[in-house]
Design a protein around this ligand. Structure first.
Ligand SMILES: Cc1cc2nc3c(=O)[nH]c(=O)nc-3n(C[C@H](O)[C@H](O)[C@H](O)COP(=O)(O)OP(=O)(O)OC[C@H]3O[C@@H](n4cnc5c(N)ncnc54)[C@H](O)[C@@H]3O)c2cc1C
Length: 382
């Protein structure tokens, strides 16, 4: 039976970036993907500056798949329009099919990292460390030393490996199409965030690409209130978008911080571990961070005798992300309780807007309260 040191299931940002980090480390890595690449993925395609910087430091060619770099923001609170210009790069717009294909190519060298797409996984057998799948209708069985779940929101697979670290789910939906007559004057430079009085707890957005826009709606309210159809209708009416194009929906799993994201020789990364920002639904950055941590631990596992892979990975994930995501949860519950005040403070209040922007760029992390206070004091007295 063929054996790989590491099998990664899922070739999204988490799986591909992990494979890239494990390349040329003297290990055999197999990346398995159920869809045929390049594939569509429901996503707004916004790389925050902090996520972009990670990729740019690895491969400058990332700029070739950036459709637009946005510095300015349009906020709409009920019917009030606010334009801001923080004069710094905030979000790099791309299409997920391009991004994930770029990441896959960055990882795969067919010497240490191999890729198979269009495969159907049938069984993961934890007892004998094997995985069975169908490739071109042929059944294959391969063994592994380490298995990594990077299957995103396909949480059915979490049950197969007995690791279900979720507290709840965020829900996001996105629509891609022409800009329409009303947003066209903002299209070149602005990203939109909008709330509507009738739909508390929901944020609508428009992420402009070079020719089209991605419009979307996000909520961290769970269970999901059954208003989506009406909200999409009102949002599309507001911006006069083409209603014949239908939005795609997908969940973003959110971690229960008390539950482990690894056991024995099985690790979870990215959405499969619930490691996304529950406040704004940003997941690509956290996919990169969790994969960086996974790579470091997997390399140690193969180098050091008696290395506690799962224990160390759980510990490292918690020390790097526990606090940040805990604070994100507090911002999220504040937003759900006081949507108007919360949205106002991050947009119309210039100090609040500066702080939110520094979260996007990575200058300040959610949990860096001292930095937030220092910045606020300096700003108030300047
Ligand atoms: C509508 C929407 C908009 C979003 N917008 C943004 C945004 O603008 N910026 C941002 O940072 N985040 C955004 N997110 C969140 C972001 O998409 C995810 O957090 C991110 O994709 C997580 O990466 P991942 O690699 O963990 O999972 P994914 O990107 O979901 O990748 C998982 C991969 O695994 C594959 N797979 C699944 N099951 C199997 C299986 N059984 N066998 C083999 N392969 C399998 C899938 O086909 C997929 O390719 C958005 C999410 C949604 C739903």
């Amino acid at each position: 039976m063929i054996k790989y040191n590491i099998i990664i299931v899922g070739a999204g940002p988490a799986g591909c970036y992990l494979a890239y980090k494990l390349k040329n480390q003297g290990l055999d890595v197999l990346l398995l993907e159920k869809k045929t690449f390049p594939r569509y993925k429901a996503c707004a395609g916004g790389l925050s500056k902090k996520a972009y910087d990670i990729l740019f430091s690895e491969n400058k060619n990332i700029k070739n798949i950036i459709e637009k770099t946005v510095k300015k923001q349009l906020f709409v609170r009920n019917n009030k329009f606010t334009l801001t210009d923080p004069k710094k790069e905030l979000i790099y717009m791309t299409y997920r099919s391009d991004l994930d294909n770029f990441l896959m190519k960055m990882a795969v060298d067919n010497k240490t990292v191999y890729f198979k797409d269009n495969v159907i996984i049938q069984k993961i057998n934890k007892k004998d460390n094997t995985i069975s799948f169908l490739e071109k209708n042929k059944e294959k069985k391969i063994s592994y030393d380490v298995l990594v779940g990077a299957w995103g929101g396909n949480v059915r697979f979490n049950k197969f490996v007995d690791l279900y670290p979720f507290e709840r789910f965020d829900l996001s939906s996105s629509w891609e199409g022409p800009v329409g007559p009303k947003f066209s004057k903002y299209f070149d430079e602005y990203v939109l965030s909008q709330i509507m009085k009738k739909y508390p707890g929901f944020v609508c957005y428009i992420f402009p690409k070079s020719e089209l826009i991605t419009a979307g709606i996000f909520t961290s309210k769970y269970p999901f209130p059954p208003v989506w159809k009406y909200l999409w209708n009102d949002f599309m009416d507001f911006w006069k978008l083409d209603k014949s194009i239908k939005p795609h929906y997908a969940v973003i799993p959110i971690r229960d911080p008390k539950k482990p994201v690894a056991k024995d020789n099985i690790l979870l990364v990215g959405d499969a571990a619930g490691l996304a920002d529950p406040f704004v639904g940003e997941g690509i950055y956290y996919a990169f961070i969790s994969s960086m941590i996974a790579a470091k631990n997997i390399i140690n596992f193969f180098k050091k005798e008696n290395y506690d892979l799962a224990g160390e990975y759980n510990k490292n994930i918690d020390s790097k992300l526990f606090d940040v995501l805990k604070w994100a949860r507090s911002y999220e519950s504040f937003f759900n309780r006081y949507p108007n005040l919360s949205f106002w403070s991050g947009s119309e209040c210039s100090l609040g807007n500066e702080i939110v922007n520094s979260f996007i760029t990575g200058e300040i992390k959610y949990n860096e309260v001292k930095k937030i206070i220092k910045h606020s004091v300096r700003r108030i007295f300047s």
